[in-house]
Design a protein around this ligand. Structure first.
Ligand code: THU
Length: 140
């Protein structure tokens, strides 16, 4: 059964977690020294990874989740089944509010697994993290 037709139970979360951990090594993080990696599983079965990219103007920093999302959308995928996040701190680093809203735009029912160096895995859904996100249909 391929990822496109599968229930979440058949998603290879182990592989997704590994890809998130590996891409975290590419983090550009001279200000926080925090490494974050994200691996986003598209509905077509392809995985898109991203890491955090910091900036001297701190607010311009791009989180790993949005980095993975931009990678996916610019590769032609707009529907997602699951997301793995790995972060270098000891405690779990939950996705920030901006990333939750960005992911909600495409897949409000995304399955998420979160790991850090010293904690996890923790399974959550985007619906739990962002129960009332802004929808395009609310803008009319
Ligand atoms: N960070 C992420 O990449 N994802 C999140 O959801 C939370 C924070 C990054 C941004 C910054 O480079 C570092 O973690 C510390 O906040």
């Amino acid at each position: 059964m391929n990822a496109h037709n599968s229930p979440s139970t058949s998603i290879d979360f182990e592989d997704l977690r590994r890809q998130a951990r590996e891409v975290a090594r590419r983090a550009y993080n001279p200000y926080s020294n925090v490494q974050v990696g994200a691996a986003l599983l598209g509905a077509n079965g392809q995985v898109f990874t991203g890491c955090n990219v910091e900036n001297a103007s701190y607010g311009a920093t791009l989180c790993a989740e949005r980095s993975a999302l931009a990678h996916a959308v610019s590769s032609g995928e707009q529907s997602f089944l699951a997301l793995a996040i790995w972060a270098s701190p000891q405690s779990l680093l939950m996705p920030c509010g901006i990333c939750r809203q960005m992911l909600f735009e495409f897949s409000p029912n995304l399955e998420i697994v979160i790991d850090s160096k010293g904690a996890g895995p923790k399974r959550v859904t985007l619906a739990e993290l962002l129960p009332s996100g802004v929808k395009g249909s609310d803008l009319v």
